[in-house]
Design a protein around this ligand. Structure first.
Ligand SMILES: NC(=O)c1ccc[n+]([C@@H]2O[C@H](COP(=O)([O-])OP(=O)(O)OC[C@H]3O[C@@H](n4cnc5c(N)ncnc54)[C@H](O)[C@@H]3O)[C@@H](O)[C@H]2O)c1
Ligand SMILES: O=P(O)(O)OC[C@H](O)CO
Length: 383
């Protein structure tokens, strides 16, 4: 196993960079894995992968993890702390990542020898990261996105895996599921779904890399379906948080989850006719919807928003409650709203539309269940 570096070096960007011990390793057919992102889920993904690369002879032991560098309150760089303690002191305190995880603040350096790249940053940063990566990776590198979100372009919505594929000219699968990172960090049993486009063999290699006895991964040939499930459930989670903040109870929350699932399915199929019904019964579908609406960050912050009757903004609450971790549901609700508005579908998706209108203060949180407007619920039920 390649040990974690002991002394820092300086990259051409002037960033403090761990020594690159890639260059001295003899060429083999083993794949090298790099993770782009080191937040809460990114760190847990590193732990899962690092436990497998040690066991599987088809992978190099070392897992490189690009860190968006920051200085901790005690003045230390996050990268240095991870490499010294083998823990991400800011985003996953108290969990050992594996000694073969090497944190690297230099993006280009982190990817230059990689054969397999895992994207796991909040979705709003991906486009900028891809711009920086253009022409910097091996041409046959394979990617997977663990990112739940989408971008909206003038020509229409663009899924994150598509953005990565198109900007970098590489194959990109997705991995989504009922995966609250802190629970997986403690090795509590859960499942996940990999979505792939055509190449089953590539998907199987990703399954090998992620699968553990407590993290069971299944591959399905429906990349858009899997990714849209992971993306859209965050909007429903915001609605569930509103319901909790208003003290409305479990029956109301269950109704919101049911209506949300219908809108998720209808919206996905309107965007991509290839999306399979069966995908909604995988971990990425109904299971992720349930866990997020019960225990996720989107739910938690939306609950606080509703309790404050919208008087404190999501940005303010996110900064105070999540300390650097990022919500995806509020921006996804805005992005979905743009698509609905542009295509004249707003009336077809009352739950999605209402979530956004509440989050920008156009409607009060109580509008999430509008008893005077049964038409909206009825339309949603028919989809
Ligand atoms: N945390 C979970 O339980 C979980 C589970 C499954 C999927 N996901 C998804 O994984 C993705 C990443 O989430 P996470 O939980 O790992 O992150 P996070 O929300 O815990 O942390 C935010 C990350 O963004 C980084 N960051 C801040 N500004 C940046 C910038 N300008 N450029 C690049 N990076 C920047 C921070 O350094 C930090 O690593 C999201 O799409 C999320 O929905 C999260
Ligand atoms: O904490 P959330 O709301 O970002 O959700 C986390 C994961 O997506 C759950 O699978």
């Amino acid at each position: 196993m390649a040990p974690a570096p002991e002394a820092p070096g300086i990259s051409h960007e002037g960033e403090t960079t761990p020594h690159n011990n890639f260059s001295n390793v003899e060429a083999t057919n083993k794949s090298r894995v790099t993770i782009i992102g080191s937040g809460n889920w990114g760190s847990v993904a590193a732990k899962l992968i690092a436990s497998n690369t040690l066991k599987l002879s088809s992978f190099h032991d070392e897992v490189r993890m690009w860190v968006y560098e920051e200085t901790l309150p005690d003045g230390e760089k996050l990268t240095d702390v991870i490499n010294k303690t083998n823990e991400n002191a800011k985003y996953l305190l108290g969990i050992k990542l594996g000694k073969n995880v090497v944190a690297d603040p230099d993006l280009e350096n982190a990817v230059k020898e990689a054969n397999m790249v895992v994207f796991v940053t909040p979705h709003q940063f991906v486009e900028g990261i891809c711009k920086r990566l253009t022409g910097k990776m091996k041409s046959d590198v394979k990617a997977i996105s663990l990112i739940k979100g989408m971008e909206v372009k003038p020509e229409g919505p663009c899924m994150i895996s598509r953005l990565i594929s198109q900007q970098l000219g590489i194959n990109c699968c997705v991995l989504m599921g009922a995966n609250i990172a802190n629970e997986i960090a403690m090795e509590k049993f859960s499942e996940a779904t990999i979505g792939y486009r055509e190449n089953r063999a590539i998907a199987e290699k990703w399954v090998q890399l992620f699968n553990t006895p407590y993290f069971i991964v299944t591959a399905v040939q429906d990349v858009e379906g899997v990714e849209l499930c992971g993306t859209l459930k965050n909007v429903v989670a915001i609605a569930a948080g509103y319901v909790d903040g208003l003290g409305m109870g479990n029956n109301t929350k269950a109704a919101i989850m049911r209506l949300g699932l219908r809108e998720m399915k209808a919206f996905s199929k309107l965007l991509f006719s290839s999306v399979e019904d069966s995908t909604f019964f995988e971990s990425c579908g109904v299971a992720d919807l349930i866990t997020t609406c019960l225990g996720g960050r989107n739910r938690k912050v939306a609950e606080a928003f509703a309790k404050n009757r919208g008087k404190r903004s999501f940005d303010e609450l996110e900064a105070e409650m999540l300390q650097g971790q990022k919500l995806q549901g509020v921006s996804t609700a805005r992005e979905v709203y743009e698509v609905l508005n542009h295509r004249g579908w707003l009336e077809l998706f009352p739950l999605f539309a209402t979530v956004h209108e509440i989050s920008i203060g156009r409607l009060p949180p109580s509008a999430i269940v509008n008893y005077n407007e049964p038409k909206a619920v009825l339309i949603s039920s028919k989809l």
